[in-house]
Design a protein around this ligand. Structure first.
Ligand SMILES: O=C(O)CCC(=O)C(=O)O
Length: 268
C-alpha cells in the first residue's frame, strides 16, 4: 500500500516522488494501491447506493448470482453518487494513469463493479484483457487499466482479490495454449489485495487475478472503471474524422460504413 501524505490528500495531487513510485509499482507489479485516496464518508454513501442497486438486481434475477458462483456486479446508474468525480476522474488515479498511459486516456460510462457476495466461491483465474500484440514475445507497456475503489474493507475473510504480481508481463508462447492459468500459477506466488476503505487500486488489465470467497455476511464490492491509452488518431479528433453528409454515407457499403464509423454524420 502506497501511503499518501496529508499534504497530498489536502491538495488532491501526489508529489513527483510519490507519483514516480506509484507508476513504477504499476509497471513492475502490475498494480498499485493508494491509501486514503477517496474520503471514507463518500465511500459510505457510495456503498449504500451500490448495495441498493445490487440487491435490486439480485432480486430481479437470482439465477445470475448462482451461475456466477457469487461473483456478480451491476453497472450503476448515470447519476449521483455514481458519477461523482472522486470515482470517475479520481485525481490520484488520473495522475497514475496519465504517468503510465499518456495524457489522452479515455473511458466509458456506465462503469461496472465487482461484487463477491456472501457465500461466493473461488472465481475462475483470468486476465481481463490479453496483450495488444499477442504475436510479440516482448510485452508492451500498459494500454488498459482498471481502477477499483473498495466499498468495504477488503480482507482475506470477505474475499479480497488474489493477484499475481508481474503476471501482466507474461506473454504466451504457443506451447502454453493447452495449459490453464490455474496450472501455470501452481508455482507462482500470489498476493491478496487487502485494502481498507478509502484506498483505491490501479491495475494493469492484463494482470492475472480472481475474486475469492466471501465468508462474511456483508456484500463485498469494488467499483471497476476501465481506462484506455489513446493510440493513433482518436475519433474525437474532428480534423481527422471530419463530418460526412448522411447522403454520402448512405452510398457506402455496409462494410465501408463500419470502417468509417467514427465520422460524425451530418443530416443532409
Ligand atoms: O471481485 C474480485 O475480487 C475480482 C473480480 C474481477 O476483477 C473480475 O471479475 O475481473
Amino acid at each position: 500500500m502506497l501511503e499518501l501524505s496529508d499534504a497530498e490528500i489536502a491538495c488532491g495531487s501526489m508529489t513527483d516522488a510519490t507519483l514516480a513510485e506509484a507508476a513504477r509499482r504499476v509497471r513492475e507489479a502490475g498494480y498499485v494501491a493508494l491509501d486514503r485516496a477517496v474520503p471514507t464518508e463518500f465511500v459510505a454513501e457510495l456503498r449504500t447506493a451500490f448495495d441498493r442497486e445490487l440487491t435490486k438486481a439480485r432480486d430481479a434475477d437470482p439465477a445470475a448470482l448462482e451461475n456466477s458462483k457469487g461473483h456478480y456486479g451491476v453497472s450503476p446508474l448515470l447519476d449521483a453518487p455514481f458519477l461523482n468525480p472522486l470515482v470517475i476522474e479520481n485525481p490520484f488515479a488520473m495522475q497514475v494513469m496519465r504517468a503510465t498511459m499518456g495524457e489522452r486516456i479515455f473511458s466509458y460510462l456506465p462503469y461496472g463493479c465487482n461484487t463477491s457476495w456472501p457465500g461466493s466461491g473461488v472465481q475462475g483465474l483470468h486476465r481481463d484483457t490479453g496483450h495488444l500484440f499477442p504475436e510479440l514475445t516482448t510485452p508492451l507497456p500498459m494500454s488498459l487499466a482498471v481502477v477499483n475503489i473498495p466499498l468495504v474493507d477488503f480482507t482475506e475473510e470477505n474475499g479480497a482479490t488474489e493477484a499475481w504480481p508481474g503476471s501482466h508481463l507474461i506473454v504466451d508462447p504457443p506451447d502454453v495454449a493447452s495449459i490453464s492459468l490455474e496450472e501455470r500459477v501452481a508455482h507462482m506466488p500470489s498476493v491478496r489485495l487487502t485494502a481498507p476503505v478509502g484506498s483505491l487500486i490501479v491495475r494493469d488489465l492484463r494482470c492475472w487475478h480472481r475474486g475469492m470467497p466471501n465468508r462474511t455476511q456483508t456484500i463485498r464490492t469494488m467499483t471497476a472503471l476501465v481506462y484506455f491509452r489513446a493510440l493513433h488518431h482518436l475519433p474525437d479528433d474532428a480534423n481527422v474524422f471530419r463530418s460526412i453528409p448522411a447522403a454520402v454515407t448512405a452510398k457506402l457499403s455496409e462494410e465501408a460504413q463500419a470502417m468509417y464509423r467514427h465520422h460524425r454524420i451530418e443530416a443532409s
